[in-house]
Write a protein that binds this ligand. Structure first.
Ligand SMILES: [Zn+2]
Length: 267
């Protein structure tokens, strides 16, 4: 998919081309092209790689967790969006590759979901995650879809309880005490989110951000409602408690622009 819009400039590349792909399923399929599904798309990709190899352009495919920030991939996404918006955009022969790419993307998502179901059923080690997420459902997927990577990371840490706050760090012997700096209780996720007076300013900000999205600062809704996702993650960054996010670029937080597959609707 990426490859199709890559061809024109890849021809000029002297030292080869490295393509970052965010789908492990797609890479697996390219490595084992005999798999029955998606032959058409795979044949196209492999053909292109061979054509470029014939011109001595070396193509290297590497997996990354998300495509965000990789310029080439951003361009392809942009092309796909434009084609989808043109009248008869996807019927236009010029856009046929993009049309196929969109279908392939949908299929890969479907297959990834099946793979996830299978892996989940076999999994025996991820108890804290399972406690919060019973099984991969459409609702679960919707909660996580369309988020920037830093936001996803913070929410995942909050929901699993494995987060750089006093209570957890003390439990894994990384900190002497579980007490919070305010000395009113242990530094747990709920203490920080709802109680700690040291973060009242940030909490006031979060309350107003939540009310803009039609939700409230309540224990039950903070970590389950999609509308609360970005405000909660930004609150955690603002507290400065999670060292690894102190230098996070504000644009790396929040939600990604919706693509054709994202189903989350924000007001
Ligand atoms: Zn406190």
């Amino acid at each position: 998919m990426v490859l199709e819009s890559t061809e024109s400039w890849a021809k000029q590349a002297k030292n080869g081309v490295v393509i970052f792909v965010d789908s492990q399923a797609a890479l697996k399929a390219l490595r084992r092209p005999r798999m029955p599904s998606g032959q058409v798309y795979l044949a196209g990709c492999l053909g292109l790689i061979q054509r470029l190899a014939g011109r001595c352009v070396r193509i290297e495919l590497r997996w990354i967790p998300a495509h965000q920030g990789v310029i080439g991939n951003e361009i392809v996404d942009q092309h796909a969006k434009q084609a989808a918006q043109e009248p008869d955009g996807l019927q236009n022969p010029r856009n046929r590759g993009i049309c196929l790419a969109a279908a392939a993307k949908r299929r890969i998502r479907r297959e990834a979901k099946l793979e996830w179901d299978r892996t989940w059923a076999k999994e025996t080690t991820s108890r804290p995650t399972r406690r919060l997420i019973e099984a991969p459902t459409k609702k679960t997927l919707e909660y996580w879809s369309g988020l920037c990577k830093a936001t996803t990371s913070i929410l995942m840490q909050l929901r699993t309880g494995r987060i750089g706050l006093g209570a957890y760090l003390n439990r894994i012997n990384r900190r002497e005490t579980a007490r919070c700096g305010c000395d009113l209780g242990n530094q747990t996720m709920i203490h920080v989110l709802l109680e700690c007076p040291l973060h009242q300013d940030e909490r006031d900000w979060m309350r107003s951000a939540l009310s803009d999205k039609g939700t409230t600062l309540s224990r039950d809704e903070l970590l389950t409602r999609p509308e609360a996702r970005t405000a909660v993650a930004e609150f955690m960054v603002k507290t400065g408690l999670l060292g690894q996010f102190q230098t996070v670029d504000p644009t790396a937080l929040g939600e990604e622009e919706n693509d054709e597959g994202a189903e989350i609707k924000t007001p």
